[in-house]
Design a protein. Sequence first.
Length: 255
Amino acid sequence: MEIRLDQVSHQYDEVVVLKNICLSVPSGRITCIVGPSGCGKSTLLRFMGGLEQPTHGTLTQLGSPPDGCLNALTYIFQDFALLPWRTVEGNVGLVLEDHRLSSAQRASIIADVLARTNLSDFATALPKQLSGGMKQRVAIARALAVNPAVLLMDEPLSALDSQTRELLMDDLVSLWSRTPFTAVYVTHNLQEAVRLGHQIVVLSRRPGRIHEIVEVDQPLETRTMTDPDLQKKHDHLWGLMREEARAADAELVHG
Ligand SMILES: Nc1ncnc2c1ncn2[C@@H]1O[C@H](COP(=O)(O)OP(=O)(O)OP(=O)(O)O)[C@@H](O)[C@H]1O
Protein backbone atom coordinates (compact mmCIF):
# COMPACT_ATOMS: atom_id res chain seq x y z
CA MET A 1 0.00 0.00 0.00
CA GLU A 2 1.14 3.50 -0.76
CA ILE A 3 0.43 6.68 1.20
CA ARG A 4 0.25 10.07 -0.52
CA LEU A 5 0.34 13.38 1.28
CA ASP A 6 -0.84 16.42 -0.58
CA GLN A 7 -0.24 19.95 0.72
CA VAL A 8 -0.29 18.82 4.34
CA SER A 9 0.06 21.64 6.86
CA HIS A 10 -0.66 21.64 10.55
CA GLN A 11 -0.85 23.99 13.47
CA TYR A 12 -1.42 23.54 17.18
CA ASP A 13 -3.20 26.74 18.25
CA GLU A 14 -0.99 29.52 16.88
CA VAL A 15 2.07 27.33 16.34
CA VAL A 16 2.56 26.20 12.74
CA VAL A 17 4.26 22.80 12.93
CA LEU A 18 4.22 21.53 9.33
CA LYS A 19 3.89 23.42 6.06
CA ASN A 20 2.93 22.18 2.59
CA ILE A 21 4.17 18.62 2.79
CA CYS A 22 3.73 16.76 -0.51
CA LEU A 23 5.12 13.27 -0.35
CA SER A 24 4.60 9.76 -1.63
CA VAL A 25 5.43 6.80 0.60
CA PRO A 26 5.92 4.05 -1.98
CA SER A 27 4.93 0.46 -1.46
CA GLY A 28 7.65 -2.02 -0.55
CA ARG A 29 10.20 0.68 0.27
CA ILE A 30 11.50 2.30 3.46
CA THR A 31 10.99 6.06 3.73
CA CYS A 32 13.10 7.73 6.40
CA ILE A 33 12.16 11.11 7.82
CA VAL A 34 14.93 13.20 9.35
CA GLY A 35 15.00 16.75 10.61
CA PRO A 36 15.87 18.82 13.67
CA SER A 37 14.12 18.44 17.00
CA GLY A 38 10.57 19.72 17.01
CA CYS A 39 10.22 20.00 13.21
CA GLY A 40 7.13 17.78 13.16
CA LYS A 41 8.47 14.30 12.30
CA SER A 42 6.36 12.45 14.89
CA THR A 43 3.35 14.60 14.04
CA LEU A 44 3.69 13.58 10.39
CA LEU A 45 3.89 9.93 11.42
CA ARG A 46 0.74 10.30 13.53
CA PHE A 47 -1.09 11.67 10.48
CA MET A 48 0.04 8.69 8.41
CA GLY A 49 -1.19 6.34 11.13
CA GLY A 50 -4.54 8.11 11.25
CA LEU A 51 -4.06 9.03 14.93
CA GLU A 52 -4.51 12.73 14.16
CA GLN A 53 -5.77 14.84 11.27
CA PRO A 54 -3.82 17.72 9.75
CA THR A 55 -5.46 21.13 9.78
CA HIS A 56 -4.89 21.41 6.00
CA GLY A 57 -4.24 19.04 3.14
CA THR A 58 -5.02 15.41 2.49
CA LEU A 59 -3.59 11.97 3.05
CA THR A 60 -4.62 9.18 0.70
CA GLN A 61 -4.02 5.46 0.93
CA LEU A 62 -3.57 3.80 -2.47
CA GLY A 63 -3.76 0.07 -3.08
CA SER A 64 -4.84 -2.68 -0.75
CA PRO A 65 -3.26 -4.05 2.41
CA PRO A 66 -1.46 -7.42 1.95
CA ASP A 67 -3.28 -10.73 2.42
CA GLY A 68 -3.74 -11.61 6.06
CA CYS A 69 -3.29 -8.00 7.17
CA LEU A 70 -4.91 -7.53 10.58
CA ASN A 71 -3.89 -3.92 11.17
CA ALA A 72 -2.97 -1.83 8.14
CA LEU A 73 -1.04 0.91 9.92
CA THR A 74 1.10 -0.45 12.74
CA TYR A 75 3.50 1.44 15.01
CA ILE A 76 6.81 0.53 16.56
CA PHE A 77 7.85 2.96 19.30
CA GLN A 78 11.14 3.77 20.94
CA ASP A 79 10.04 2.50 24.37
CA PHE A 80 8.98 -1.02 23.19
CA ALA A 81 5.59 -0.80 24.98
CA LEU A 82 5.60 -4.41 26.22
CA LEU A 83 3.33 -5.70 28.97
CA PRO A 84 5.73 -6.72 31.78
CA TRP A 85 3.55 -9.56 33.07
CA ARG A 86 3.25 -11.24 29.68
CA THR A 87 5.86 -13.53 28.16
CA VAL A 88 7.40 -12.83 24.76
CA GLU A 89 4.81 -15.00 23.01
CA GLY A 90 2.08 -13.48 25.20
CA ASN A 91 3.09 -9.97 24.14
CA VAL A 92 3.14 -10.94 20.47
CA GLY A 93 -0.15 -12.84 20.81
CA LEU A 94 -1.86 -9.82 22.34
CA VAL A 95 -2.32 -8.15 18.95
CA LEU A 96 -4.00 -11.28 17.58
CA GLU A 97 -6.60 -11.57 20.33
CA ASP A 98 -9.29 -9.34 18.85
CA HIS A 99 -9.28 -11.19 15.53
CA ARG A 100 -11.15 -14.25 14.38
CA LEU A 101 -8.30 -16.69 14.37
CA SER A 102 -8.20 -20.26 15.61
CA SER A 103 -5.68 -21.06 18.32
CA ALA A 104 -3.70 -23.03 15.72
CA GLN A 105 -3.58 -19.98 13.41
CA ARG A 106 -2.47 -17.79 16.31
CA ALA A 107 0.23 -20.24 17.33
CA SER A 108 1.46 -20.46 13.75
CA ILE A 109 1.69 -16.66 13.32
CA ILE A 110 3.50 -16.31 16.66
CA ALA A 111 5.96 -19.10 15.80
CA ASP A 112 6.60 -17.54 12.38
CA VAL A 113 7.35 -14.01 13.62
CA LEU A 114 9.45 -15.26 16.55
CA ALA A 115 11.51 -17.32 14.10
CA ARG A 116 11.89 -14.34 11.75
CA THR A 117 13.17 -12.17 14.61
CA ASN A 118 15.39 -14.91 16.12
CA LEU A 119 13.32 -15.04 19.28
CA SER A 120 12.06 -18.62 19.20
CA ASP A 121 14.25 -19.64 22.14
CA PHE A 122 12.88 -16.78 24.23
CA ALA A 123 9.15 -17.42 23.70
CA THR A 124 8.43 -17.98 27.39
CA ALA A 125 10.76 -15.28 28.77
CA LEU A 126 9.37 -12.18 30.48
CA PRO A 127 10.38 -8.67 29.31
CA LYS A 128 12.40 -8.08 32.51
CA GLN A 129 14.64 -10.99 31.53
CA LEU A 130 15.47 -9.41 28.16
CA SER A 131 18.02 -6.79 27.09
CA GLY A 132 16.81 -3.58 25.42
CA GLY A 133 17.66 -4.95 21.99
CA MET A 134 15.69 -8.14 22.63
CA LYS A 135 12.71 -6.13 23.86
CA GLN A 136 12.72 -4.12 20.66
CA ARG A 137 12.92 -7.38 18.68
CA VAL A 138 9.74 -8.47 20.51
CA ALA A 139 8.09 -5.18 19.53
CA ILE A 140 9.14 -5.77 15.90
CA ALA A 141 7.80 -9.35 16.04
CA ARG A 142 4.52 -8.07 17.46
CA ALA A 143 4.24 -5.52 14.65
CA LEU A 144 4.98 -8.15 11.99
CA ALA A 145 2.35 -10.50 13.47
CA VAL A 146 -0.45 -8.33 12.08
CA ASN A 147 1.17 -8.25 8.62
CA PRO A 148 0.80 -4.48 8.33
CA ALA A 149 0.42 -2.57 5.08
CA VAL A 150 2.70 0.15 6.43
CA LEU A 151 5.03 -0.10 9.40
CA LEU A 152 5.36 3.25 11.17
CA MET A 153 8.53 3.47 13.24
CA ASP A 154 9.18 6.39 15.56
CA GLU A 155 12.86 6.39 16.51
CA PRO A 156 12.73 2.66 17.20
CA LEU A 157 16.44 2.29 17.98
CA SER A 158 17.19 5.50 19.82
CA ALA A 159 16.89 3.99 23.33
CA LEU A 160 19.54 1.39 22.50
CA ASP A 161 23.33 1.49 22.72
CA SER A 162 25.26 1.79 19.47
CA GLN A 163 26.26 -1.89 19.14
CA THR A 164 22.68 -3.03 19.72
CA ARG A 165 21.48 -0.47 17.19
CA GLU A 166 23.84 -1.98 14.62
CA LEU A 167 22.48 -5.47 15.30
CA LEU A 168 18.88 -4.33 15.07
CA MET A 169 19.61 -2.51 11.80
CA ASP A 170 21.04 -5.78 10.44
CA ASP A 171 17.83 -7.51 11.58
CA LEU A 172 15.62 -4.94 9.85
CA VAL A 173 17.67 -5.24 6.66
CA SER A 174 17.41 -9.02 6.64
CA LEU A 175 13.66 -8.93 7.42
CA TRP A 176 13.11 -6.47 4.58
CA SER A 177 15.34 -8.41 2.17
CA ARG A 178 13.42 -11.64 2.78
CA THR A 179 10.00 -9.99 2.53
CA PRO A 180 9.99 -6.33 1.47
CA PHE A 181 7.59 -4.23 3.53
CA THR A 182 6.48 -0.61 3.36
CA ALA A 183 7.78 1.50 6.22
CA VAL A 184 8.13 5.05 7.40
CA TYR A 185 11.05 5.44 9.77
CA VAL A 186 11.53 8.60 11.82
CA THR A 187 15.05 9.10 13.12
CA HIS A 188 17.55 11.69 14.31
CA ASN A 189 20.34 9.38 13.28
CA LEU A 190 21.63 9.93 9.74
CA GLN A 191 23.58 6.65 9.77
CA GLU A 192 20.32 4.78 10.34
CA ALA A 193 18.71 6.77 7.54
CA VAL A 194 21.40 5.93 4.94
CA ARG A 195 21.54 2.32 6.07
CA LEU A 196 17.79 1.70 5.94
CA GLY A 197 16.17 4.33 3.74
CA HIS A 198 15.29 3.99 0.08
CA GLN A 199 14.23 7.62 0.22
CA ILE A 200 15.24 10.04 2.96
CA VAL A 201 12.96 13.01 3.51
CA VAL A 202 14.82 15.93 5.07
CA LEU A 203 12.57 18.38 6.91
CA SER A 204 13.55 21.93 7.78
CA ARG A 205 13.21 23.26 11.31
CA ARG A 206 9.70 24.14 12.48
CA PRO A 207 7.49 24.72 10.63
CA GLY A 208 8.73 21.53 8.96
CA ARG A 209 8.83 21.77 5.18
CA ILE A 210 10.46 19.32 2.82
CA HIS A 211 14.00 20.56 2.35
CA GLU A 212 15.06 17.74 0.04
CA ILE A 213 14.28 14.11 -0.70
CA VAL A 214 17.45 12.04 -1.07
CA GLU A 215 17.17 8.72 -2.91
CA VAL A 216 19.51 5.86 -2.02
CA ASP A 217 19.51 3.27 -4.80
CA GLN A 218 21.99 0.78 -3.40
CA PRO A 219 20.35 -2.50 -2.28
CA LEU A 220 19.86 -2.58 1.50
CA GLU A 221 21.73 -5.84 1.95
CA THR A 222 24.92 -4.49 0.36
CA ARG A 223 25.09 -1.25 2.34
CA THR A 224 27.95 -0.77 4.79
CA MET A 225 29.00 2.35 6.61
CA THR A 226 32.48 2.12 5.13
CA ASP A 227 31.03 2.43 1.61
CA PRO A 228 32.24 5.78 0.18
CA ASP A 229 28.97 6.35 -1.75
CA LEU A 230 26.94 5.99 1.43
CA GLN A 231 29.40 8.16 3.31
CA LYS A 232 28.84 10.81 0.63
CA LYS A 233 25.06 10.58 1.10
CA HIS A 234 25.56 10.85 4.85
CA ASP A 235 27.75 13.95 4.46
CA HIS A 236 25.27 15.51 2.06
CA LEU A 237 22.43 14.92 4.55
CA TRP A 238 24.50 16.33 7.39
CA GLY A 239 25.26 19.40 5.24
CA LEU A 240 21.50 19.91 4.80
CA MET A 241 20.77 19.34 8.48
CA ARG A 242 23.60 21.24 10.14
CA GLU A 243 22.32 24.80 9.79
CA GLU A 244 18.74 23.77 10.51
CA ALA A 245 19.79 21.85 13.60
CA ARG A 246 21.87 24.74 14.85
CA ALA A 247 19.02 27.22 14.34
CA ALA A 248 16.49 24.84 15.94
CA ASP A 249 18.81 24.38 18.89
CA ALA A 250 19.14 28.13 19.37
CA GLU A 251 15.32 28.49 19.23
CA LEU A 252 14.89 25.90 21.98
CA VAL A 253 17.46 27.60 24.18
CA HIS A 254 16.06 31.10 23.73
CA GLY A 255 12.42 30.05 23.92
N1 LIG B 1 -0.50 17.62 20.91
C1 LIG B 1 0.27 18.71 20.76
N2 LIG B 1 -0.18 19.91 21.19
C2 LIG B 1 0.58 21.02 21.03
N3 LIG B 1 1.81 21.04 20.46
C3 LIG B 1 2.29 19.86 20.04
C4 LIG B 1 1.56 18.64 20.17
N4 LIG B 1 2.31 17.62 19.65
C5 LIG B 1 3.46 18.19 19.21
N5 LIG B 1 3.45 19.52 19.45
C6 LIG B 1 4.50 20.47 19.07
O1 LIG B 1 4.68 20.35 17.67
C7 LIG B 1 6.05 20.44 17.32
C8 LIG B 1 6.46 19.21 16.54
O2 LIG B 1 6.46 18.08 17.42
P1 LIG B 1 6.93 16.65 16.95
O3 LIG B 1 6.97 15.78 18.15
O4 LIG B 1 6.13 16.20 15.79
O5 LIG B 1 8.41 16.96 16.44
P2 LIG B 1 9.61 15.98 16.16
O6 LIG B 1 10.29 16.47 14.93
O7 LIG B 1 9.15 14.57 16.16
O8 LIG B 1 10.51 16.27 17.44
P3 LIG B 1 11.66 15.37 18.12
O9 LIG B 1 12.69 15.14 17.07
O10 LIG B 1 12.17 16.26 19.22
O11 LIG B 1 11.01 14.12 18.62
C9 LIG B 1 6.81 20.63 18.63
O12 LIG B 1 7.04 22.01 18.80
C10 LIG B 1 5.86 20.11 19.68
O13 LIG B 1 6.06 20.76 20.90
